[in-house]
Structure formats: C-alpha cells, structure tokens
Design a protein around this ligand. Structure first.
Ligand SMILES: Cc1cc2nc3c(=O)[nH]c(=O)nc-3n(C[C@H](O)[C@H](O)[C@H](O)COP(=O)(O)OP(=O)(O)OC[C@H]3O[C@@H](n4cnc5c(N)ncnc54)[C@H](O)[C@@H]3O)c2cc1C
Length: 388
C-alpha cells in the first residue's frame, strides 16, 4: 500500500486549497445566512477542471479519478461544505451519463457538464421512497417517440439551479426493482417545474427542491441505457457518491478541529491556555485520530475504485465512519469554544449543522451498515478471499 501522493495530486490539491482560501472561506457564512447559491463559483470550478473529474479528456473531463477527486472535495469542504456537496453530486451525474449514455448523449450532456457550462442534479428520492428507493412511483409511460412523466421527486440537491437532471422513474408497474429506468430531463422542458427552496437546518448555499412532473414529455433519446436498469445505475452512482461525501466530511471535520485547536491555544482561563489542560488535550488527540482514520478509509475506497476493484463495502465504511467522525468533531468543536461556539459570530456552529446532513443523505448511516453487513454475508466466514 502506497501512501504517497503523486506530484500531480499535490498540485491539484494545492489548486483546490488556494481556491478555497480565496473564493469559498471568505463567503461561506454569508451564503449560508442569505441562502445564496453562486453560479459564478461553479463556473470557476469548471475553469479549474473540477467539474469532469471522472470523465476522460475526449469528453472534456480530466479523468483524474476518485482519489484525486477525494483530495479536491476535502479541500473545498474546508471552505464551504455546501459547495463541496453539490460539486460531488454534479460529478456523480456527469459520470452516470458518461457511463451509461450513448455517443449522442455524451456529446449533448457530458461535454457541457464536464466543462462546467451546465450543472447536474441527481433525483432518486420521493415522499414514499427514501431508504427504500425501489418503492419510487414517478411514472414514465411510453408514448409516440418518448415518455410522459408524472409525479414528484423530493429533496434534489441543486434543484432549480441545475440544468441537467438524472431522474429515476418507473417504466414498469408490474416489477419493483426492474421496473425503474434512468432518464435525463433538462430544465425548461414543458411540464417540468420546481418546488420552492426547502428551508433547512444548514447547507443553505446549496438549494434543495422538489421536482414536479406534470404530463412532461421527453423524447426516447433521453432514456439512459435500457429500460429496467435505472435502479442499478442509481445505486452504482451512489457507491461513488459515498466516497465523495466521506471526503467532504473529512475536510469539514479537519476544518472544525483546526479552528478549535487554534482557538484553544489562544483562549486563556485560570491564567493559562485552555489547550494546556489535559482534559482538552486528550479530546483533541482523539478527534485528530478519528479524522485520520476517516481519511484513510475514504482514500482506500477511492483507490480501490480507481483500480476497478470491488469496493461497495469499503465505500459504505468510509461514508459511515467519516460522516460520524465529522458529526462528533464538529460537535466537540462547539464544546471547545464554549459559549462562543454556540454563537453565529464563530463558524463552528455552522460546521456542526453542516455535518448532520452527511449522516443522512447518499444512504443514511443505518443503510451503510446494512450494505456492509450484506457484503460480509456474501462470503464464507464473512471474509472476502482477498481481505486481510
Ligand atoms: C439536504 C439534502 C439533500 C438531498 N439531496 C438529494 C438528492 O440530490 N437526490 C436525491 O435523490 N435525494 C436527496 N436527498 C434525500 C436523501 O437521500 C434521503 O433523505 C435519504 O436517503 C433518507 O431517506 P428518507 O429521508 O426518506 O428517510 P427514511 O428512509 O424514511 O428513513 C428514516 C429513518 O429510518 C431509518 N431506516 C430506514 N430504513 C431502515 C432500515 N431498513 N434499517 C434501519 N434503519 C432504517 C433511516 O436510517 C432513518 O434514520 C437529500 C436529502 C437532504 C436532507
């Protein structure tokens, strides 16, 4: 196992770090308070080649892969977690269309997505279909030359501001899993509208909305792959998404710890720095160790994915562990700042609110445990032949 990053990875990480310091960190609080989504910031990330991370150069991406992408998401999340999240979803959608799309679909959607000219969104969840995604009911009924969509999708990251939506719909009522297909719907299609921005606990620089389909016609050319394969595509995409959310959470946790340690070094009580108390030293030592463990799990899952090795279990472990670590670290960061930590004039309460959502989306952490247990049960004695 090689823990050394390449020179190229270091350079890309530095570019992300500089971008975060200049463009994200100074603005994140205002975006959160005023619910501002900045399209300009997205375009700048396109200019930095952060919008086509898994797509080859032939389709305007960089194809740098999962580990390098994890480094980028980690850095972006330090400045603005919401930006890192929607960038991660955008890359997931770009790759989904690249992986399952034909040449025409790649030309039409993948290229502008990879260039950052168009923003992508992913829509699986519905009111009655959250963790049980296969229960979705938004219908796509075959008609002359295409499909007519009816139904409501929930909680779509970048809803309303995205241009290209990968939407999971039901094409066969008679089958559960195999009745689901993936289609692309563009903003502006007649019969396709958005709900208002959902008021949220945090993550407000990233709009979340309903998608409403009301007799919305899409041509048959908007179907990805073949009918009945949508759930499989959606879950494969989520597997990669989990690694990215793990990386975002690692960055958020690191940022919270760095802030809390710097604060505790300066803050004096009882005539000395509060970090000189062993009670706090032990706490920050444990938090730093948890972050490092999270990082290693995420990097390992990302590396396996880059190698094309099985990694469903590792991705779920990385997501589960890194998001739980981010929740604990950000909560303790508030504690380390005491009353100041609870105030909006310090950033740690925002970090804590941001961390919560990562335990919920891209499969809740309970669902990650189900995925891990299911993978373990596939092999005799719970051990994969190539495992430790
Ligand atoms: C800010 C935000 C952005 C989002 N963005 C997107 C997006 O872009 N696209 C998209 O499609 N969705 C998105 N989602 C939806 C998200 O993926 C779902 O909320 C999530 O999958 C959980 O589904 P649910 O909310 O219906 O919860 P439920 O499935 O109702 O779960 C409720 C609780 O029950 C637990 N539970 C459920 N089943 C089991 C089980 N079998 N065993 C143990 N516990 C279980 C869950 O872990 C959870 O704690 C977003 C959500 C949020 C909050």
């Amino acid at each position: 196992m090689d823990f050394k990053l390449t020179d190229e990875q270091r350079l890309i990480r530095k570019a992300a770090r500089d971008f975060t310091a200049k463009e994200l960190a100074p603005n994140a609080r205002e975006w959160e308070e005023k619910h501002i989504f900045s399209r300009k910031v997205f375009e700048k990330m396109g200019q930095l080649d952060f919008t086509g991370l898994y797509v080859p150069e032939e389709y305007e991406g960089t194809g740098v892969g999962r580990l390098t992408a994890a480094l980028i998401f980690e850095e972006i999340a330090k400045g603005c977690f919401a930006t890192a999240v929607y960038l991660s979803v955008h890359n997931m959608v770009t790759n989904l269309i690249y992986q399952y799309g034909d040449e025409e679909q790649r030309e039409r959607w993948v290229k502008p997505l990879a260039l950052g000219e168009k923003l992508g969104a992913y829509s699986l969840t519905e009111g009655e279909a959250g963790s049980d995604a296969a229960a979705l009911s938004t219908s796509a009924v075959k008609t002359d030359g295409g499909y007519v969509l009816n139904g409501t999708k929930l909680y779509v990251t970048s809803g309303g501001v995205a241009d290209v939506y990968a939407v999971m719909v039901r094409t066969d009522e008679a089958q559960k899993q195999k009745g689901i297909s993936a289609v692309v719907v563009e903003k502006g299609t007649p019969g396709f509208t958005f709900g208002p921005h959902e008021p949220k606990m945090g993550l407000n620089a990233s709009p979340t909305t309903e998608l409403n389909f009301n007799d919305c016609f899409i041509p048959k050319e908007n179907l990805l792959g073949s009918e009945g394969r949508g759930l499989n595509m959606a879950l494969t995409a989520l597997n990669g998404g989990r690694v990215s959310i793990g990386a975002c959470s690692t960055g958020l946790a690191q940022q919270a710890l760095d802030y809390a340690v710097a604060y505790a070094q300066k803050r004096q009580q009882f005539g000395r720095s509060i970090l000189s108390f062993q009670g706090l030293q032990f706490l920050v030592a444990d938090l730093a160790t948890e972050i490092e463990a999270a990082r290693l799990l995420v990097y390992r899952a990302a590396s396996l994915m880059d190698l094309g090795e099985p990694c469903v279990m590792e991705a779920a472990m990385g997501k589960r562990f890194a998001t739980d670590a981010a929740m604990r670290v950000t909560t303790e960061a508030v504690q380390i700042l005491g009353g100041y930590g609870y105030m909006k004039s310090y950033p740690v309460e925002m970090y804590m609110r941001s961390a919560k959502v990562a335990q919920i989306f891209e499969g809740t952490n309970q669902i990650q445990r189900i995925v891990i247990a299911r993978e373990l049960s596939k092999y005799k004695g719970g051990k994969r032949p190539d495992s430790y």
